[in-house]
Design a protein around this ligand. Structure first.
Ligand code: COA
Length: 182
């Protein structure tokens, strides 16, 4: 990868201008082949932290961090950086942009969060970057209790510094969000 014209920036959702929002949506749709990304800024109207990779003026990579609340079994609830909408423009995939973006993300969020989480089908890609698959039973938490998610696969965590020892074979829960658990 040539790094001469490659930069990574980060910005809060509120700071994104309309053109950048449009570029993010188009990038996510192109990468995931998923039209629902049209609604990204309805799902995340504010409070997200966006990582943006530019090749010259072109947005080629994106990842989004929002705050969620994991609870590993036997531990308190942890302020969690939940990572969504990880995307590299198809023509630019396989050149290291996604890896660079995720390394930058991990290096920037350690002051605010002790752990990061995501769910993916690309576990090998994230594993190379230090993420670990959670092997234990998974569930959502809501006001009524736990909602087991036994069919969920590909939930991964990244340890960010001052985290107590975790057993990845124990249970892991996350607060339910409207329309999704993981
Ligand atoms: C997953 C995704 C974000 C990765 O972004 P990317 O920019 O292609 O990532 P990288 O180029 O850093 O790494 C991709 C692969 O290329 C390899 N690679 C990176 N730089 C390379 C180089 N210079 N030469 C050869 N291979 C390289 C990496 O080892 C990696 O291999 P792996 O997938 O087997 O782990 C991107 O492919 C994408 O947007 N996919 C569609 C949407 C998606 O699946 N998102 C993630 C779901 S959570």
């Amino acid at each position: 990868m040539s790094t001469e014209s490659f930069i990574i920036t980060s910005a809060r959702t509120e700071e994104l201008d309309p053109a950048t929002r449009t570029a993010i949506i188009q990038l996510c749709i192109a990468a995931h082949q998923e039209e629902d990304f049209q609604h990204l800024f309805s799902y995340v109207p504010s409070g997200g932290l966006h990582f943006l990779a530019y090749r010259d003026e072109l947005l080629v990579g994106h990842a989004l961090v929002t705050t969620r609340w994991l609870q590993p079994e036997g531990h308190p609830i942890l302020k969690t950086a939940y990572v969504d909408a990880v995307s590299t423009l198809p023509a630019y995939q396989g050149y290291g942009y996604g890896s660079a973006l995720l390394r930058r993300l991990a290096s920037e969020i350690g002051d605010e969060y002790v752990i990061a989480c995501l769910e993916t089908e690309r576990t090998a890609f994230y594993n190379r970057l230090g993420w670990e698959v959670w092997h234990g039973p998974l569930a959502g938490r809501d006001e009524h209790g736990l909602i087991p998610t036994p069919d969920q696969t590909g939930v991964m965590i990244l340890r960010l510094g001052q985290l107590p020892a975790l057993d990845l074979d124990q249970g892991l829960t996350i607060e339910c969000q409207p329309g999704r658990i993981w």
